[in-house]
Design a protein around this ligand. Structure first.
Ligand code: ZN
Length: 492
């Protein structure tokens, strides 16, 4: 997720877990997604064969077993939000591929009142228990078939406590507007879904706000519709996105858009920042040209920037963290106004997450070092360029190796610990120092090329090290991942 600003102060420092029994598995989850959608003509409908069972109420995460569900993959979410009244009014339509015969299925939803659920236009019964919303179709959903589940709901979103950080997660209402900070388990506070990074999907999010306000979301703005007294902003994220990375921000903002053509991509990137109207000129002057330079520096190492757009949102809050929401990283506006190497380091960190965490997502929350260790390697690398000093050496010099435990086997409150960030970053730097820049950068590009758009585990990474590097490198990375005491960085 996040880069906690306090943690970053030491050296900015963002998974292998159990495979679910009836949910999608890490690498294969998206392999079987057909190119058709629920609306398209299918030539032959699947027929019912085999057992009919209820979809599991968990996707099998070892740290957060309540997250996600089994028996289906969500391919696409369409979320319509009307934020003009005292309560949020919403309709979420999920295009769902059944992976087994389903007598019922669960989606995750926290709080909110459900008004109606339809499956392919037919009313469905439903019941609720905690964050589990169980939907019961009138007839069996056949394995390998596509269905549209439309859920109409409303209410005031109820944030949930972060298990690892002293803050609330989810849809957050403030006097100035609203924003979303969901990692790891807050997405279900504002839309129903299969809330786990193992089940990524494309999104279209429409946000209707009072006239004069902005409603921003992930991806590209495809239309802005003026209604009577309100405006509807329609955002399309057509690359797969984990639920926890979906975000919306509403307030008195401006959207500042430019287009850049980097050398690593064939098509331009739309850079669009969302800043409070009163601070936009000041903050955009501070960050002018910064992200273009970072993307140019990262692309030769990580592979092409993975999305059509990127940008920052600065909210008028003292957040104490920054968060890599997909294509729209979240910051407090005062942080962005601060022209310091430290803030630049955090910005490099959240940008790097677009490759590591967002494009390649963790297969379980126990694989979080694949997000945070990689983004921390990137922010230390970038900062080293800026200050002309080896930040890996410096970081290794101030850490107590005995205090930083293994990268996996985490408890819920250890999700964003220093080991995940800094030991994770130094594990990668150890590979770089023993195998050399060319081999290490090739490995990172192979990682994003092979697992981009999907989810991957720590085992997947170790396996890739074995494919691209010599056997000593496998032993080295396994030691960095698993040993009780952190190894020493080679060359220190
Ligand atoms: Zn991070």
């Amino acid at each position: 997720m996040l880069c906690a600003l306090a943690l970053l102060a030491t050296a900015c420092p963002s998974d292998s877990g159990g495979a679910p029994t009836s949910g999608p598995t890490s690498s294969s989850a998206d392999d079987r997604i057909p190119t058709t959608t629920a609306n398209s003509d299918t030539q032959e409908l699947p027929t019912l064969q085999g057992d009919v069972v209820a979809g599991a109420d968990s996707i099998g995460d070892p740290i957060f077993p309540s997250l996600g569900n089994g028996g289906y993959d969500v391919l696409h979410y369409e979320i319509l939000l009307d934020a003009t009244g005292p309560e949020l009014q919403a309709v979420a339509t999920l295009d769902v591929l059944a992976t087994q015969n389903l007598s019922s299925l669960n989606v995750d939803l926290v709080g909110m009142s459900v008004d109606e659920i339809q499956i392919d236009g037919v009313d469905a019964a439903f019941s609720r228990d905690g964050r589990e919303l169980t939907v019961e179709p009138t007839s069996t959903i056949v394995a390998d078939s596509l269905s549209q589940i439309q859920i109409t709901y409303h209410g005031t979103p109820t944030p949930v406590p972060d298990p690892a950080f002293p803050t609330d997660l989810g849809w957050l209402d403030e006097p100035w507007g609203s924003y979303v900070a969901a990692e790891p388990l807050g997405a279900a506070t504002w839309f129903p879904g299969n809330d786990h990074p193992l089940d990524k999907a494309t999104f279209e999010i429409s946000v209707t706000v009072d006239e004069g306000l902005i409603g921003a979301g992930p991806g590209l703005l495809v239309s802005e519709i003026a209604n009577e007294g309100s405006t509807t902003f329609v955002w399309v994220m057509d690359d797969p996105m984990a639920t926890y990375l979906a975000s919306v921000v509403i307030g008195d903002f401006v959207i500042l858009t430019t287009e850049i053509q980097t050398t690593g991509r064939e098509t331009p990137i739309v850079l669009r920042d969302v800043f409070p109207t009163s601070r936009a000129d000041e903050v955009s002057a501070v960050i002018e040209g910064r992200h273009e330079a970072m993307i140019e520096a990262f692309e030769p190492i990580f592979g092409p920037y993975p999305f059509d757009t990127y940008g920052l949102v600065g909210v008028p809050e003292q957040l104490g963290y920054a968060l890599e929401n997909q294509t729209l990283s979240l910051f407090g506006i005062e942080t962005l106004a601060n022209d310091s190497v430290f803030v630049e380091q955090v910005q490099a960190h959240e940008l790097a997450h677009q490759w590591f965490g967002n494009h390649v997502s963790p297969a379980s929350w126990d694989d979080i070092w694949l997000n945070e260790g990689f983004a921390s390697w990137a922010d230390l690398y970038w900062t080293g360029i800026v200050v002309g000093q080896d930040q890996f050496q410096r970081t290794a010099g101030v850490l107590d190796n005995a205090a930083l435990g293994p990268l996996v086997g985490l408890d819920p409150d250890e999700l964003f610990g220093q080991n995940v960030y800094l030991r994770g970053a130094l594990a990668l730097e150890a590979l770089r120092r023993t195998e050399g820049d060319d081999s290490f950068f090739e490995l990172l590009r192979a990682w994003t090329a092979k697992f981009g758009g999907r989810s991957a585990s720590t085992d997947d990474f170790v396996e890739l090290v074995g494919e691209w590097m010599n056997p000593n490198a496998v032993a080295l990375i396994e030691s960095w991942i698993n040993d009780e005491q952190m190894p020493s960085l080679p060359g220190t």
